[in-house]
Write a protein that binds this ligand. Structure first.
Ligand code: NDP
Length: 306
């Protein structure tokens, strides 16, 4: 068989596309995409295309592309992507929340998380899901040997990533979430958005954790953006928290934040957010293909890139 008929129209996947490119989209197989603004830094095309290549077979003509789509173009972009046989879409900043109003149907857990990061094509429109919760739960297990069920979990931050994590922890039967944030307004808004206070969710101001009441050996997750800049301090001082924490920082670039450096000094198990990134991607790809996803190929692709 002459494979060139399948490959000759396939554009390179390290390119960033715009909405105008959808006017003459001629990829011959099913397409996948991540939409964001900015998007050039995204590792998603590298991760997904490595997995698709490894999967081969019926997926050999599938490709995953990055699209730079500003906020105001999202509704139009989703229509154009649907027409052009984009069978799956990932959404990142700034689209995860707005897309809730643009999907045809939505998974109830994603609705509780208040955000969708994965769209699955239906006949009319897209079904919205959220794989960030799966990503963090699998990452904690893989990197720290930590199980959410039955654990006390300290979560720092009250933005979108925090909300998905809080919902996942409650869904997965943690013992209790201890939720801390700098701005109290945002902290309260998060709690209200998921049904108000309850006995398995206690809040605190970031600088004043109730350390005496949180058990040793809890899991600590940084879901703030403090640490994204190499010079950023840690969002919390581990010396002022319970002992023997298992520490997960959702930030993966830089690979070692001040929080992770302190955790290592204390000999605490610690990991950065790379594994969450890969596992949420793997779950999305599974939803789109219904196939077993080669997670190791995804990790290998990221390591080769960095
Ligand atoms: P948001 O912008 O929605 O939330 C940011 C949070 O960080 C808020 O709680 C904010 O607190 C807090 N924060 C920001 N600056 C400071 C500061 N100087 N001191 C203390 N707290 C601060 O971001 P997201 O929820 O989308 O993302 C949070 C982090 O998680 C990011 O670093 C992101 O890169 C990472 N992430 C990683 C993923 C992965 O796959 N590994 C997936 C998703 C996110 P306040 O309310 O007081 O402003």
């Amino acid at each position: 068989m002459n494979l060139s008929v399948f490959t000759r129209n396939i554009p390179p996947t390290n390119k960033v596309y715009q909405i105008e490119d959808l006017e003459n989209w001629d990829h011959p197989g099913p397409s996948l995409a991540v939409l964001g603004h900015p998007i050039a830094h995204s590792l998603s095309p590298v991760i997904h295309n490595a997995a698709l290549q490894e999967m081969g077979g019926e997926f050999k003509n599938w490709r995953y592309y990055a699209f730079d789509i500003p906020h105001e173009q999202l509704p139009e972009a989703l229509v154009a992507l649907h027409i052009n046989n984009f069978v799956g879409i990932n959404l990142t900043i700034p689209h995860k929340v707005e897309a809730l109003d643009l999907v045809a149907t939505i998974d109830p857990v994603a609705e509780r998380m208040g955000a969708v990061n994965t769209l699955v094509k239906l006949e009319h429109g897209y079904h919205g899901k959220n794989t960030d919760g799966y990503g963090i739960e699998t990452a904690l297990q893989q990197d720290l040997g930590a199980t959410i069920a039955g654990s006390d979990i300290i979560i720092l931050g009250a933005g979108g990533a925090s909300r998905a994590t809080v919902v996942q922890c409650l869904e997965s039967r943690c013992r209790k979430v201890w939720l801390g944030n700098r701005s109290v307004d945002r902290l309260e808004a998060l709690v209200e958005s998921i049904g108000g206070p309850n006995e398995r969710l206690e809040t605190f101001a970031l600088g004043d954790p109730p350390s005496g009441r949180i058990p040793d050996d809890s899991i600590l997750i940084n879901a703030t953006s403090l640490g994204l800049k190499p010079e950023d301090p840690a969002p919390a001082d581990l010396q002022r928290l319970p002992q023997n924490l298992r520490v997960y920082d959702m930030i993966y670039n830089p690979p070692e934040t001040a929080l992770l450096a302190q955790a290592r000094q204390l000999n605490y198990p610690a990991a950065n957010g790379l594994s969450m990134l890969v596992h949420q991607a793997a779950k999305s790809l599974h939803y789109w293909t219904q196939a077993t996803v080669p997670v190791q190929a995804m990790f290998a692709a990221i390591q080769a890139k960095s």
